[in-house]
Design a binder for this molecule. Structure first.
Ligand SMILES: [Zn+2]
Length: 80
């Protein structure tokens, strides 16, 4: 994004042009929509190696969050 100094009043407006903000929000919404259509509602099912059997992330380290759960939380947080 191109920086612009002294324009507008808010912190966003000082750094970014209006059309850049619109494009950012549009891309962000599109990505969130895409992620939410890919996320599986089923709960994770961890094996004794720490991998999630339910979502096929078998090489997770013990205690590491499954990307499916991470995506769910991300969407939930973004919709608040
Ligand atoms: Zn999972």
């Amino acid at each position: 994004m191109q920086r612009e100094t002294g324009a507008g009043s808010g912190p966003w407006r000082e750094c970014y042009r209006q059309d850049e903000i619109v494009a950012f929000v549009r891309d962000h919404s599109a990505l969130l929509g895409l992620i939410s259509s890919l996320v599986d509602d089923d709960e994770c099912s961890f094996d004794h190696h720490g991998g999630c059997q339910a979502h096929g992330f078998l090489s997770l380290e013990p205690g590491e969050m499954c990307p499916n759960e991470e995506a769910k939380r991300l969407i939930e947080e973004a919709r608040r």
